[in-house]
Design a binder for this molecule. Structure first.
Ligand SMILES: [Zn+2]
Length: 633
């Protein structure tokens, strides 16, 4: 499917350019912008798969082969494929994005059957990102004009100097109906592109006007640093709009995923293993400037499941290493509600979620202004586990001086303790809750147990979590299975080196059915000796494989390190193929011997001697293979 797409698209971007993009792209760099990668040994890297939910990393990247593969869900391919899957881009858009990264000027060829085009067809995403980049420049230049004085005053009043404004690309949307629209139209952006990007909108008259006017502008970037939208703050009293206005949903701006500041914060988030979630653009700036570089904010929406997914991949949140997520709230009711909702949302996160409530209802920006950088760092340092925060919040609504109040508070708080996934922590919280309520431990314990086994919690809480079945991979338990794997790895990873020797060994020499299927797929893909390697070859074999387990195995074997220290050479290939055949030949010898024993040498003399001759020649072949397997060529 993938290979065919290359062929179709070759009529648009030149083949050489696509090849150059592949060659110049370091897949680990591309992927590590979205997924935190750690060494997996053998020069490979691993991380949490962005394509399926998992707790321990099965997503592998092989920088040497420029391919990735997930052992959990079977997704794999090259850097182009990764962008297509991870960012929902088309093939052309992925190539364009990687080309821009690598500084490669793409050349487009006209499809001779189609009508001549006035300009090369570019991917939509690249056009929309380019329009945003031009808009950032426009707004930034406007910030120095006389009309932008309220914007400059707003920034200065929040403690942000010129350098800070520049670092975050702050700008000003001027007073005028269509200044940006005209500017971008002059730069060649079409009516449709500006509307699709959310930068302009059609007026009642039918002409196009700017979406943002007379506002302080923050460019919103995706995790890779591309500007995909804007946040705009009201500056003037006669502006009837809301305090903050954001880019609407567009093909590149999805507010459920967007985290303001993630492009600047991601490295520190990965390094420190923690992320601080704040509420606004100025809070992110204030935190970063106060040396809390892990701060991000949602843009015009509550923190939700998609944000968690984005963060978990950066945090490398897994059993091996727990990531910490810290919500800051300015102590108002809305913030508390959001914190409690976070508790409901993602149980996997509960034990690692902390709440930092700032004193005097100040947000981090106000806190920095009033009390300095140290106070912001202190706010984050004084975080409290979400469970403690939630219990305190629930209990605070009841009058604990009365028996009724205490009992009711216990009833409401018990389900929260019952929800704590980490069972070992429950007794600790039972004791704490009893202490807070001023009650004996025993009734509190009973209430928690009832809540845990009550009708609502019943099945889901007590049953074991559903495990996703892994791909049906042959166990690497026997020497024969191991050598078959090794041969297939050589064909997939080193076809130029191993191709001729690999192709010379028949599929019948493989024993395991899945290995047979992959060996057959290599032949169906044209044979290993015809391949030049890389992700395209692996895709070709995968496409040629009609066995599902075989397809998964192809991706797995494409990244699994070879069982040799250093680079494989012809000698290693020869040894591997000889061992493989030797296993097969000795199996046949065994079968033959048993057959010969069943043949009567007197009455079936001819058959007996034929089989005996075959046995002798097989034994001779086996000896030769054993010598070859021992290292002689
Ligand atoms: Zn996966």
């Amino acid at each position: 499917m993938y290979a065919e797409e290359v062929a179709v698209m070759a009529g648009r971007i030149r083949d050489e350019d696509i090849a150059l993009v592949r060659e110049r792209t370091a897949i680990a760099d591309v992927i590590s912008e979205v997924v935190t990668l750690k060494s997996a040994g053998g020069g490979n890297l691993k991380g949490l798969c962005p394509f399926h939910d998992e707790k321990s990393p099965s997503f592998n990247v092989s920088p040497a082969r420029n391919v990735f593969y997930c052992f959990g869900c079977g997704v794999g391919g090259d850097a182009i494929k990764f962008l297509m899957d991870a960012e929902h881009l088309s093939f052309v858009e992925s190539v364009e994005r990687l080309a821009a990264r690598a500084g490669i000027q793409l050349r487009y060829v006209e499809d001779d059957r189609s009508a001549p085009r006035t300009r090369p067809q570019q991917g939509q995403r690249q056009r929309l990102v380019a329009a945003h980049a031009a808009a950032v420049d426009f707004y930034r230049a406007q910030l120095t004009t006389a009309g932008a004085r309220p914007a400059r005053e707003f920034l200065a009043g929040r403690g942000f100097d010129r350098a800070a404004a520049e670092r975050y690309g702050c700008g000003f949307a001027p007073d005028g109906w269509d200044l940006l629209t005209k500017h971008l139209r002059q730069q060649g952006f079409t009516h449709d592109e500006l509307v699709t990007a959310g930068l302009s909108r059609p007026a009642r008259s039918g002409s196009l006007i700017d979406r943002f006017r007379r506002r302080l502008m923050w460019p919103i970037r995706d995790i890779t640093g591309d500007v995909i939208g804007f946040g705009a703050r009201k500056l003037f009293d006669d502006d009837d709009g809301p305090k903050y206005l954001n880019t609407p949903e567009t093909p590149i701006y999805k507010k459920s995923h967007v985290l303001y500041g993630i492009d600047q914060a991601k490295r520190e988030i990965a390094k420190q293993g923690k992320v601080v979630v704040v509420e606004g653009y100025t809070d992110v700036m204030a935190c970063h400037l106060a040396d809390v570089p892990t701060a991000v904010a949602t843009c015009g929406t509550a923190f939700g499941g998609d944000h968690i997914s984005v963060l978990r991949r950066v945090l490398f949140d897994s059993d091996e290493r727990a990531g910490e997520i810290i919500f800051t709230f300015d102590g108002d009711a809305a913030g508390q509600k959001a914190a409690l909702r976070a508790f409901e949302d993602d149980q996997r996160f509960v034990g690692r979620t902390f709440i930092a409530v700032s004193p005097d209802n100040m947000d981090p920006c106000e806190l920095r202004l009033a009390k300095g950088d140290l106070a912001v760092r202190d706010l984050v340092a004084r975080r409290e586990p979400l469970v403690d925060f939630a219990l305190r919040h629930v209990i605070s609504r009841f009058d604990l001086d009365t028996v009724d109040g205490r009992v009711e508070a216990m009833r409401r708080a018990a389900p929260l303790v019952a929800k704590i996934k980490d069972r070992e922590k429950r007794p600790e919280y039972v004791r704490k809750l009893a202490g807070d309520l001023g009650m004996e431990i025993e009734p509190v314990q009973r209430a928690v147990l009832n809540a845990a086994h009550g009708p609502q919690a019943g099945g889901a809480a007590s049953g074991a979590p559903a495990r996703r079945p892994g791909p049906a991979t042959p166990a690497v338990d026997s020497p024969r299975s191991m050598v078959e794997r090794e041969a297939l790895k050589l064909a997939l990873q080193e076809p130029v080196l191993a191709g001729p020797m690999f192709d010379a060994v028949e599929a019948t020499d493989y024993q395991h059915p899945v290995h047979v299927a992959v060996r057959a797929a290599v032949a169906a893909a044209g044979g290993a000796s015809t391949a030049t390697g890389g992700a395209v070859w692996i895709e070709r074999v995968r496409d040629a494989c009609d066995d599902l387990a075989g397809q998964a195995l192809v991706g797995e074997l494409a990244v699994e390190p070879l069982r040799i220290d250093g680079e494989p050479d012809p000698r290693y290939v020869s040894i591997t193929m000889a061992r493989l055949q030797w296993s097969s030949v000795t199996g046949r010898i065994r079968d033959l011997k048993s057959k010969i024993q069943r043949v009567n040498p007197v009455s079936n003399k001819d058959e007996y001697f034929a089989l005996f001759g075959e046995l002798l020649s097989l034994e001779q072949h086996a000896r030769a293979l054993r010598e070859q397997a021992a290292g002689g060529l």
